[in-house]
Design a protein around this ligand. Structure first.
Ligand SMILES: *Cc1c(COP(=O)(O)O)cnc(C)c1O
Length: 346
């Protein structure tokens, strides 16, 4: 198979049309067979539910080439499960989890020429999404939906100067209501995070750190990534929400497993008071998600207060580095990981 003639090393994180998308429609109480399409547009009624009451959810994962030349993706079954949870919360029909994994494989295989070669650092980003196409005017769930997967090649998250720790700020706004939709991957969670995101950027920060919106006491996560800390004893401390408003990151769950079962580390998943962060209890901090695996955080600013993570402010700290190297090693096939984590496509 001939690869597309792209400068893989200089790709950014932006959308580029590939050869195929996957599409499957739901109507009259059932999913159609579904399949590949070369049409990368969507035509909707002006009264489609997505346009009025925002019934939409999505996923994000990536396909890449291993050293041995296989095209693989990472734990797509967990994306399928999380998407099903999002659908349920938004009163959307369940897209069968096995059909989800098959659809991911089918669309990646059809676009194999767009999967960046091993060593380029680039990956094929996979974006499954579902939205209400049925017409609604009164507030209620729609009766027709479209499930779609688009894929697009994206560049390495860290370019030259790799992984320089970022500075983030504590947001004055909330990301998710207590017991709201913070634990599902819905577009609506992002719509209202754009204003604080732009504000953070204008003030020179890379991201917002959100505290729990009920008490503004505990650390939750950033706009699009979970937070990890390392304390003075080398324990991995993972913020837990008592109002269930943190998105269950697959990267975070994988890193916790790697830390506990492969690196013999202590892991403490518990509510973390922001005051502990201010008091200097933690020596490293990182943000985790599919795109970067771990992005190191060097400083957190909260108004006139600033915290510096002493072991991770010049470059990524040693514990985060070890976690990142191990997980990316598993993903690339260089390190043997738990059964079933790496899913071979072709
Ligand atoms: C997608 C997402 C993450 C990261 O999840 P991964 O499964 O690790 O990519 C974290 N927080 C939010 C709010 C997200 O939407």
């Amino acid at each position: 198979m001939e690869k597309k003639d792209l400068d893989w090393g200089s790709l950014g994180f932006s959308y580029m049309k590939t050869d195929y998308s996957y599409v499957c429609n739901y109507h009259d109480g059932a999913w159609e067979e579904g399949g590949l399409t070369t049409d990368h547009t969507v035509v909707l009624s002006e009264c489609a539910g997505i346009l009025h009451y925002c019934q939409e959810c999505f996923e994000g994962l990536k396909a890449y080439t291993t050293e041995s030349g296989d095209i693989v993706c990472f734990r797509p079954d967990l994306n399928a499960k999380r998407m099903a949870d999002s659908e349920k919360r938004l009163v959307m029909p369940q897209f069968p989890e096995d059909k989800f994994v098959e659809a991911v494989k089918q669309v990646v295989k059809a676009n194999a020429a767009w999967v960046p070669p091993f060593g380029s650092g680039a990956t094929l980003y996979i974006r499954p999404l579902m939205f209400a196409t049925g017409e609604v005017i009164g507030v209620k769930p729609a009766d027709a939906y479209q499930f779609r997967i688009l894929v697009t090649p994206v560049g390495p998250y860290f370019k030259a100067g790799a992984g320089k720790p970022i500075t983030i700020c504590v947001a004055k706004y909330d990301r998710a209501a207590p017991h709201g939709t913070g634990n599902i991957k819905a577009g609506l969670n992002y719509a209202m995070s754009l204003y604080p995101y732009e504000l953070a950027h204008k003030n020179g920060f890379s991201e917002n750190l959100y505290l729990d919106s009920e008490t503004r006491t505990y650390v939750e996560e950033t706009g699009g990534a979970n937070v990890l800390f390392v304390d003075k004893d080398g324990t991995l401390v993972v913020p837990k929400s008592f109002t269930d408003s943190i998105l269950p990151s697959i990267t975070r769950r994988s890193l916790v497993h790697v830390a506990e079962h492969m690196l013999g580390m202590r892991v403490d998943e518990r509510p973390v008071k922001f005051q502990e962060v201010l008091d200097g209890e933690f020596v490293e901090c990182g943000l985790c998600g599919t795109a970067a695996v771990i992005s190191p955080v060097g400083h957190i600013v909260d108004g006139d207060k600033e915290v510096t993570f002493e072991k991770g402010c010049e470059k990524m700290g040693p514990v985060m580095e070890k976690l990142r190297t191990t997980l990316t090693g598993i993903q690339s096939g260089a390190v043997e990981g738990p059964e079933g984590w790496v899913c071979k496509i072709c």
